[in-house]
Design a protein around this ligand. Structure first.
Ligand code: PMV
Length: 320
């Protein structure tokens, strides 16, 4: 009746932006991600509490705002006629600030909920259920490099490369720790409805995915770097051209981007990606990690640096 799972956030190199079905939370495009190692969210679910309603504690504090989405996630996994649950989540990094905390939280919640209810679900089913809570959460059911594809009225996930097979590093430069003003779901809908670049974004995604998939297969850093930066800037261009415009960057984000360009000019194997928030994620080789850490930590406006390798799939850690 009680289970705890842990999941790492993932960041997309080829991004998901836009939904083709809001009710089922189906993405409009496929995506390719890397799961991170050092950042994690642990979720404990207790179904044997005789509570009068669900209760959610986020990092030790009761969180009524996030409760409905978490309750809906549990009901999807266990069914509507489930007992009420006490849900506790703990993350070791800032949440709702563009660091994919919803991916790790909902991936861990899905795994913990299934275990707490004694359901024997395979990884593909868990990924679909996690994806209905948060599109990117499906990818945290996988370690290393993973691809999410649209297939019919569902999604399928494929492991592209094990975390140890191409052990890249990610240096996260945190430029702001307060939660973002616009949620990804809201921002995606504004983009779909108003951005003149939205249809071009959708049309070109298959080609970006194919380029990245091949680069990962061949461990071709330069090609992966070029297509990932292009795809990231294209996604943000869709947002910037929306009405109202959606700009998640701050001035330090831009300065970090320039730092990465300078590192590249100096011969470092590094590239950037930016999600629905102002943080920069610099993906690099292990050899160039110290140079990237050093340069980003000295960039004005950077509040904190976190460095991580590539992580494992979501795991069940305890069941009683
Ligand atoms: O999973 P969501 O709904 O928070 O959306 C994630 C959106 C991006 O992080 C910007 C891109 C992605 O593929 O992760």
């Amino acid at each position: 009746m009680q289970a705890t799972a842990i999941a790492q956030p993932n960041i997309a190199l080829i991004k998901y932006w836009g939904k083709r079905d809001l009710a089922l939370n189906l993405p409009a495009v496929g995506s390719i991600s890397i799961t991170l190692d050092a950042l994690h969210t642990e979720v404990s679910i207790d179904l044997g509490t005789n509570l009068a309603s669900d209760c959610l504690l986020v990092n030790g504090v009761e969180d009524a705002d996030r409760l409905p989405r978490m309750s809906a996630c549990l009901s999807r996994v266990i069914g509507d006629r489930r007992p009420f649950a006490r849900i506790e989540t703990r993350s070791n990094f800032p949440i709702a600030a563009g660091l994919a905390s919803s991916a790790s939280a909902f991936a861990a919640a899905t795994v913990a909920a299934a275990a707490a209810a004694d359901l024997d679900l395979d990884k593909a089913s868990l990924a679909c259920l996690a994806g209905q809570a948060s599109g990117s959460a499906a990818r945290s059911l996988f370690g290393g490099f993973a691809e999410l594809e649209n297939s019919g009225d569902t999604i399928t996930l494929t492991a592209l490369c094990d975390e140890n097979a191409w052990p890249l590093k990610v240096v996260v430069a945190i430029t702001e720790t307060s939660p973002k003003a616009t949620s990804s779901t809201e921002a995606m809908e504004i983009s779909r409805q108003t951005s003149p670049f939205y249809s071009a974004w959708i049309q070109r995604q298959a080609s970006d995915l194919a380029t990245a998939r091949r680069a990962i297969e061949q461990r071709d850093f330069a090609t992966l770097a070029a297509i990932s930066e292009h795809n990231c800037l294209k996604m943000h261009s869709v947002m910037w051209a929306s009405r109202p415009p959606i700009v998640f960057w701050n001035s330090a984000t831009m300065r970090c981007l320039q730092t990465v360009r300078k590192l590249q000019q100096d011969g470092c194997q590094v590239f950037f990606t930016i999600d629905a928030g102002p943080q920069i994620k610099a993906v690099c080789t292990a050899e160039d990690m110290s140079a990237v850490q050093e340069a980003l930590s000295q960039t004005p406006g950077v509040q904190q640096i976190m460095t991580t390798g590539l992580g494992r799939a979501a795991q069940l850690v305890k069941k009683t």
